[in-house]
Design a protein around this ligand. Structure first.
Ligand code: GRF
Length: 278
């Protein structure tokens, strides 16, 4: 059954959360944007404490800056990082009220991580090569939590996430995809759109669940496909919209001005300014 509940950034406004379940969205409202914490020990599958209320476990004290008023972003990337840069620019210009607590790359040579370093951000390389997926994800999750991140932002992160990772952060991982999902999931979405002959494509920001490009849709932007388009031209126009869409979606999630009805994420109109800034 679909529930409709207003979300709030103030964690005290939330009822006790149920333990996260594999593949299930939060149906009764968005989770509080507290610093990420772990249901399970990082080094073992044994619970650290009783798991009745896993999201309440905070082995470390919360960061000095309250996440109630300032959303903390942990960004994961593998490549050029233009979406990360757009988010960082929007934060720097005051359009997006958030802070970046960590930028993490699985690839040491990712241009995005060099840019994060140049901006003086907490830039971390956690190489994935040769590591089992979940072992790498555990190291990344630990780094995110250590940084005090409250939302995980996938910005061109070329890794499939393990179910373990997704279950740690229910409705707190966002991804952007260069198509109007559910059309054209996976790689080369712009090429897929051209080959199929659609006349409109675009981008989608969505919550991440355990299935590829599948979680509940937060926001989409439409881009017309022109008769002169090749995949580079189409990708460039979609990317320009991605740079607006991601910050807009983060602002919406951070504001708490949305409700969840089944898979539908509906902005609550009347008291949200999230859309007007981008
Ligand atoms: C973007 O097209 C995004 O939609 C997809 O990966 C690409 C990342 O680009 N998930 P960038 O590294 O942010 O420039």
């Amino acid at each position: 059954m679909a529930h409709s509940t207003r979300c709030s950034l103030n964690s005290t406004a939330f009822d006790e959360p149920s333990p996260p379940q594999a593949g299930k969205m939060w149906e009764a409202g968005c989770p509080p944007l507290e610093p990420l914490s772990f249901p399970l020990s990082v080094n073992s599958r044994k619970p650290v404490l009783a798991v009745e209320h896993p999201l309440r476990l905070e082995p470390h004290p919360p960061p000095a800056i309250s996440c109630v008023s300032m959303t903390s972003l942990g960004i994961l990337l593998s490549g050029r990082g233009s979406n990360f840069i757009a988010i960082a620019d929007n934060i720097a210009s005051g359009k997006l009220r958030a802070r970046i607590t960590a930028v993490i790359s699985n690839r040491p040579d990712a241009p995005g991580i060099a840019e994060a370093r140049a901006r003086g951000l907490n830039a971390l390389v956690i190489p994935s090569k040769g590591l089992p997926r979940e072992a790498h994800d555990r190291a990344v999750a630990q780094a995110l939590r250590d940084s005090g991140a409250s939302l995980v932002i996938l910005a061109g992160y070329l890794r499939l996430l393990s179910p373990w990772f997704v279950q740690q952060f229910p409705s707190r991982i966002l991804n952007i995809h260069p198509s109007l999902l559910p059309a054209f999931p996976g790689l080369d979405a712009q090429r897929q759109a051209l080959d199929y002959g659609v006349q409109f494509s675009g981008c989608t920001v969505h919550f991440v669940d355990e299935h590829l490009d599948h979680g509940a849709i937060i926001l989409q932007k439409v881009v017309p496909v022109l008769s002169t388009d090749d995949d580079h031209a189409l990708a460039a126009r979609i990317l320009a919209q991605e740079h607006l869409a991601y910050s807009e979606a983060i602002a919406l999630v951070a504001s708490g001005n949305y409700k969840i009805e089944g898979r539908r994420i509906l902005p609550i109109t009347g008291n949200s300014t999230a859309k007007s800034s981008f």
